[in-house]
Design a protein around this ligand. Structure first.
Ligand SMILES: [Zn+2]
Length: 193
């Protein structure tokens, strides 16, 4: 199997529930559109909040829309160290036992009992590509990135997620992007297995 696929570096961000968006920005507040993301229907908003732990604070963390059923904060291991919290490595939506955090917005704050994760690297895969590559949901692939630079590397343990709501893209976080010097840039990777 060998296939070129887009690799995107995901910066720290927040997904909010309707309830938490109301508390942070005011009842009935709607997120305003900043830019589209690669996954259809998902967008970056103009709105930002602060994430606050007992020992640290990170301001200007962007909210992604649309609202979700549960609030979720995706940070890097570096951020977790800075905040002195331990955030588990999880796929999006898998929040049981994830870390608590305080969010502060322009209209108020929320103390979440859970919701902070470090995103497990993953492959948003369309059904067409999954058939072409003979992959099923939950499979693990390896991808080679950055080989044109001096810090090219191979990421293992990339979990395949298949949905007709996706477009093909591998998501890694800023620590992983920095490790192969593709931070901030959309790059092309090669699936190896
Ligand atoms: Zn993703």
């Amino acid at each position: 199997m060998l296939k070129q696929v887009k690799v995107e570096v995901t910066a720290r961000h927040i997904h909010l529930s309707r309830k938490d968006l109301d508390k942070l920005f005011g009842k009935g507040f709607e997120l305003s559109f900043f830019k589209d993301l690669s996954q259809p229907g998902q967008f970056a908003s103009n709105e930002k909040v602060s994430i606050v732990s007992k020992d640290g604070r990170i301001d200007n963390v962007r909210i992604l829309g649309p609202v979700r059923s549960e609030s979720q904060i995706e940070i890097s291991q570096t951020d977790a160290r800075f905040l002195k919290i331990s955030a588990p490595l999880r796929l999006s939506g898998d929040l049981d036992g994830s870390s608590p955090i305080k969010l502060i917005g322009p209209n108020g704050f929320v103390d979440l009992e859970k919701g902070v994760i470090v995103s497990k690297r993953h492959f948003h895969c369309t059904p067409e590509t999954s058939m072409e590559l003979n992959l099923k949901n939950g499979d693990i692939v390896k991808v080679k990135v950055g080989e044109d630079g001096l810090r090219g590397l191979i990421f293992d343990n990339i979990e395949v997620r298949i949905s007709d709501k996706f477009s093909d893209a591998i998501h890694i976080d800023t620590d992983e992007g920095n490790a192969c010097s593709i931070g901030g840039i959309c790059s092309i990777g090669e699936i190896l297995n």
